[in-house]
Design a binder for this molecule. Sequence first.
Ligand SMILES: [Zn+2]
Length: 170
Amino acid sequence: MENRSLQAVPQELLRGLEASRQSTASSTGQAACPIARIRQSLNSANLRPTRQRMLLGWLLFAKGHRHLSAEELFEEARAARAFLSLATVYNTLNQFSEAGLLRKVTNVGGRAVFDTNPNFHHHFLCQHDGSVIDIPPSAIGLGAIPEPPPGYRIVDVEVVVRLRKKGQSL
Ligand SMILES: [Zn+2]
């Protein structure tokens, strides 16, 4: 993936939106253009590809797998001269998460961290700064998982290993 500066995003996005109207899916069913892929993901999650969702999807998914908070995405949108409210960013992240495009990792001190890799894996959680590090699924052996309470089904299982720096009490 070529490196684009944040400032270039809105122009890229507009061009991409235009291009994605004409783009066709490749033989694998995955659109080649990243913008078209985001549009395809939104469509398959039954989310209308509004300009806001496309912009936030672009900012989120064009940089590979990462973890970030609503506040961090809000700052990236601002840097890209897209002046969305923090509430809009937060709502969109939750919609993406409910649609399975993202995973909400956990709340760290009241701050939700979202993961652009929706596939099964675990996390280290650094308590001093709220940062999140991936743990591959094979690195943790899961024992027996209890039956869910009546009326519930298990949607996801994730292990969060909390870390504290050596020598620090908190
Ligand atoms: Zn992760």
